[in-house]
Design a protein around this ligand. Structure first.
Ligand code: SF4
Length: 704
């Protein structure tokens, strides 16, 4: 194959902006030696309309960067990583896995996947875990992203598709409520879809920080609501209270399309605006104004993000947002709706094909006998051969190296010692493993701890599919031959399965894997059976469910919800005492989040010079009044600490943060890793950790 221009999509976030990659030597002109091997140009596509953010524009920088891994690495007797051949590395991994499995049982081997893997890789990884390893211990980093919204969506609608409508539907909205999402930084081309609502004075942002997105709303026409961290649930209950008390609910819709109204009405009754004001700090008048705007603002959308979901009560908070949308009659109404904004590039597809501990391909429940029988038949085994449900990410990681726990871990597409909560404990647990194998293309903080590192392809070197935040399946296309030392993860899984003596089919061709995925998903919630590469290559829009011989489904819920009776569930929820303790004397609430220049753990973007130059180190955002009280000036070195650990960075003074909070981005490693301070307490429904309301102290450090 020769290098060729390729219409593909960005390797980073779930907006999956379209781009064309052109090899720099395609015209015959020699590329400068330090130039990326492809040029990146934004391409017209409904989510990005030709636009890209800084991360997208610079995405080619890593393709031939010196930091790119070029051969497998094995940890030697001297404790260092040394280059090895592929056969050496794969033989060693298979041998150690066989040995650990024989001595400790199949569940002593764990798999940790990622929301950036293609659908084909996510699917084959789930199959590999259950058939080649025979383990139930598989979960993925999407547990930290979408699990609360997914649980709430399944509970309310009977299905979890981030946006159950095309993103372009937002263009005609008159009112958009954004809860805990900073799209202006995390996915900048998204803001083009907010322009109509902004012009109509209907852009409303709820965020404890005055983010770049909040500033779009705070323009004299819209509204920025700045509640105390961890009080989103009372705020949403208060909005529902006003909607009901002022008879603003769509009673016909509620009667015809939902069940559970009476319980929700009772649950929100105690949340009158003045009480909500006392808890959240949001004036009662603002709450009433907001509720009235949502009810009378014409075409209206309610959208949630990680700010309201990454909590120990994240499922209930997302549920409260859905309840509000249902009371207003939004889901399924033309030009209106509820959605959650998926973050990772394949955060949607990554949770549909079997990486989750309780699911099989097609978004099927692993405990459902019919689902097990269907998938087992596609895989050529009997249902009894499939392991049962495993444990969610936090429980899996807590078991590392412990008696009865996971002793060997395979990591694909995740930098878990930076992105996991209570990262210090995760780091110590990883050290206790008998075997850590990491597939990555750079030596991330997690890869640096591994016994074996297997270098894999980057997005521009592989074929496959992704499913973006709309549930739209898109093609990833190869523009470049991969470097000789790197291998496709499909081939790695094939080789390992063969060495482990598994006779099931593990294709190395992504097209063949997708054909199998179609069969495995057929009849499931996320049904891809009507989609094939030829359809996608034709430019057709392909939203799941897309049954064989049928058509795709851009908009869900027009006539019915996915529960058997076709009705949505209004679910009564209430705040739990002590879920989010308020800061005591000398304490601040730690809010974590993202920056424009970096993506997730930063393992990739910290290796792109332009992005690192713009955001080179951890900056702790503090309100000037707080900083003055603590004796801290802008740029001072600071330590942020709590009982879990401490991190070091520099102070950044800004009135955009509340005086009772400090903001840290989570893109840095080592002693700048914000997740050294976040708790591994989890939401009881979704197992989402608490990333947003941990308590810390900030002190000025004396520079040496
Ligand atoms: Fe890539 Fe997301 Fe930026 Fe688009 S918004 S260019 S998908 S990182």
């Amino acid at each position: 194959m020769t290098d060729r221009p390729a219409p593909t999509h960005c390797p980073y976030c779930a907006l999956q902006c379209a781009m064309t990659l052109t090899p720099t030597d395609a015209s015959g002109a020699a590329a400068p030696t330090d130039a990326p091997p492809v040029t990146v140009v934004g391409r017209e596509f409904p989510t990005n309309r030709g636009g890209l953010c800084k991360k997208g524009w610079t995405s080619a920088e890593l393709l031939r960067a010196p930091s790119r891994l070029g051969a497998p690495l094995l940890r030697g007797a001297d404790g260092a990583l040394h280059e090895a051949s592929w056969d050496e590395a794969l033989d060693l991994v298979a041998g150690r896995l066989r040995d650990i499995r024989a001595r400790h049982g199949a569940d002593a081997v764990g798999v940790f996947g990622g929301g950036g893997l293609t659908n084909e890789k996510a699917y084959l990884l789930g199959k590999f875990a259950r058939l080649a390893l025979g383990t139930s211990r598989i979960d993925y980093n999407g547990r930290y992203c979408m699990s609360s919204a997914a649980a709430a969506g399944n509970r309310a609608f009977g299905v979890d598709r981030g946006l159950p409508f095309p993103l372009a539907d937002l263009d005609d909205a008159e009112t958009i409520l954004l809860l805990g999402t900073n799209v202006a930084e995390t996915m900048p081309p998204f803001i083009g879809h907010l322009a109509g609502a902004q012009a109509a004075g209907g852009l409303i942002v709820v965020d404890p920080r005055r983010t770049a997105t909040a500033k779009l709303a705070d323009d004299g026409r819209g509204l920025h609501v700045q509640p105390a961290p961890g009080t989103d649930l009372p705020l949403l209950l208060g909005l529902a209270h006003v909607v009901i008390a002022e008879r603003l609910a769509d009673t016909a819709y509620v009667a015809e399309r939902t069940i559970g109204y009476d319980a929700v009405r009772r649950s929100v009754a105690p949340w009158w605006p003045e009480r909500v004001q006392a808890v959240t700090g949001v004036p009662a008048t603002t709450l009433r104004r907001l509720a009235r705007r949502l009810a009378t603002g014409g075409r209206t959308f309610v959208l949630t993000g990680r700010g309201v979901e990454q909590h120990v009560d994240g499922t209930d908070t997302a549920t409260a947002a859905i309840n509000l949308a249902l009371l207003l009659g939004l889901p399924g109404r033309p030009g209106s709706g509820y959605g959650t904004l998926t973050g990772q590039g394949n955060g949607q597809g990554g949770r549909e094909h079997g990486q989750k501990c309780d699911q099989l391909p097609g978004y099927r429940k692993i405990t459902d006998p019919a689902a097990r029988a269907h998938v087992a038949a596609v895989w050529g085994v009997v249902a009894d051969d499939l392991p049962g449900p495993g444990v969610p990410a936090i429980e899996l990681l807590a078991s590392l190296g412990r008696p009865g726990g996971v002793r060997a871990l395979l990591v694909h597409g995740s930098n878990l010692v930076v992105s996991s909560p209570n990262a210090g404990a995760v780091r110590r647990a990883v050290d206790a493993l008998d075997l850590l194998v990491v597939c990555d293309f750079v030596l991330s903080e997690t890869a640096a701890l591994a016994d074996v590192v297997l270098p894999v392809l980057q997005w521009a070197e592989e074929e496959g599919t992704m499913t973006n935040l709309e549930g739209r399946v898109i093609r990833r296309r190869r523009a470049l031959e991969p470097p000789p030392g790197a291998r496709d993860e499909l081939r790695i899984l094939h080789e390992l399965a063969r060495r482990l003596g598994c006779t099931a089919r593990f294709d190395t061709d992504p097209g063949a894997v997708f054909e199998e995925l179609r069969l495995a998903s057929e009849g499931g919630i996320a049904d891809y059976s009507g989609i094939d590469y030829a359809l996608l290559d034709s430019g057709a829009e392909a939203y799941w469910p897309y049954p064989r011989g049928g058509t795709g489904t851009p908009r869900l819920f027009a006539d019915r919800f996915a529960h058997d009776d076709g009705r949505a569930r209004l679910v009564a929820v209430s705040p739990r005492a002590a879920a989010h303790p308020a800061p005591g004397p000398g304490e601040l609430t730690l809010v974590t989040g993202r920056l424009l220049e970096h993506y997730q753990s930063g393992a990739q973007t910290r290796r792109v010079p332009e992005l690192l130059d713009a955001q080179p180190e951890l900056r702790a955002s503090l309100h000037p009044a707080t900083a003055e009280r603590l004796g801290i000036a802008d740029g001072d070195p600071v330590e942020i600490a709590n009982v879990l650990g401490s991190v070091h960075g520099r102070a950044r003074l800004t009135a955009d943060i509340r005086p009772d909070a400090v903001f840290l981005p989570f893109h840095y490693g080592d002693d700048q890793a914000a997740n050294l301070l976040t708790s591994d307490a989890v939401d009881p429904v979704s197992s989402m950790p608490e990333f947003k309301t941990n308590l810390v102290r900030v002190t000025r450090l004396v520079e040496a």
